[in-house]
Design a protein around this ligand. Sequence first.
Ligand SMILES: Cc1ncc(COP(=O)(O)O)c(C=O)c1O
Length: 435
Amino acid sequence: MSSPVKNAAGVRIPSTYKTPARLTDPDVGKDSIWVEFVGLTNKHKALNLGQGFPNFFPPAHVIDNLTRNGDKYLLNQYTRGPGHPPLVQALKKMYDPLLKREIDAMKEVIVTVGAYGSLYCAIMASVSEGDEVIVVEPFFDCYAPMIKLAGGIPKFIQIKPPTDPSKANTTANWAIDMEELDSMFTSKTKLVIINNPNNPLGKVFTLPELTAVADIIKKHDVMCISDEVYEHLIYPGVEMHRMATIDGMWDRTFTIGSAGKTFSVTGWKLGWCIAPAYLIKNMNYVWQNVVYTSPTPIQDACADSFMIELKKRDAGDKDCYFTALADELLPKRDEMAKLAESIGLKAIIPEGGYFMVADAKDMKVDIPKDFYDDSVPWDHNLARWLIHDKGISTIPNSAFYSPEGQKENNHYLRFCFAKDEATFKKTHEEFEKKF
Ligand SMILES: Cc1ncc(COP(=O)(O)O)c(C=O)c1O
């Protein structure tokens, strides 16, 4: 009989233990970009302009709804697995007009821990071993590992900058090549994942663009995950269109949302998926066995928050948070663009979301040779150096690309502009002082 093997930390690992193969895939068995950059930001006490969270309070009622408990002692106990009844009813009210249909709250909605939970369950509910999944890139970094955990094979189609570089300064001119997309399908393709508005670019797909993607999806008769967590952050001149509303798409589309983004409470980690009953049923077979139900107090607070904001929405109140947050973020977006330009970056103005990508190719910065790590892309080195040398934290945009996509997309940084006045003031001061 073999005996345990001591590892470097002195832990005796049973000789029969082997890391499961699915975790040894280089895309899965590694620290995510957040581990490195949150760690570096904290270590250097850097000004955090990268990670995606608002550093201001959500509407007061959202917090009040969570902290009051009254005599509802059951709020401290498990609730219905696929979603707390008041929340699924509120989500129905929210999405009926947006998805242009009568949603069945008990059969066509599932509530999960974060949009992450919905992404995971939707992927697990639609991908079998060896299936191919087409992902629109840049993409939220967990998509590819989740596809691989399900046994699938991710393939990537880029949102490309225009050929004329002078037009690259707005995401309106970045686009998917539809012929290329069409050519990527094989008999193994089962699913397309699109994020609209896109993180990190902030591109909001036009109706003709979404319709063209939908036509290809329907032609090849596959499923679609539409990650719409930034659905309310839409800037003037742009309209949010939803994949599930395009003719023939509801039946095959998972629409994913997030309370973290909707109410500026990313730490609450509450998300949902709206889809036909046959898909929600399969998602729930995953959900009931990995988590079972999302925290009841958070679901209840979100239900109440939705009801308050829906009243405002239906009354046409300009203070409704679903639109008010974008109004508040618009000047911040433009200020962040000016700040980026002031240090030699070229801002790519986003049409939605709260991120802005900026081209750093012409930035005058010397990364010392002994600091440079050849195993990661240039922008990754740059982002590390900006934290180390300037105390400024951004996210290297290559983190949102496949290894192939990183080759051409290794010179951009991602900024988050959902930041308070004090952060902007500090950014002005720091940029002036250090560049
Ligand atoms: C595009 C996208 N999808 C999903 C998520 C995850 O959302 P949640 O925090 O609700 O899990 C994020 C979070 O940043 C995101 O940017």
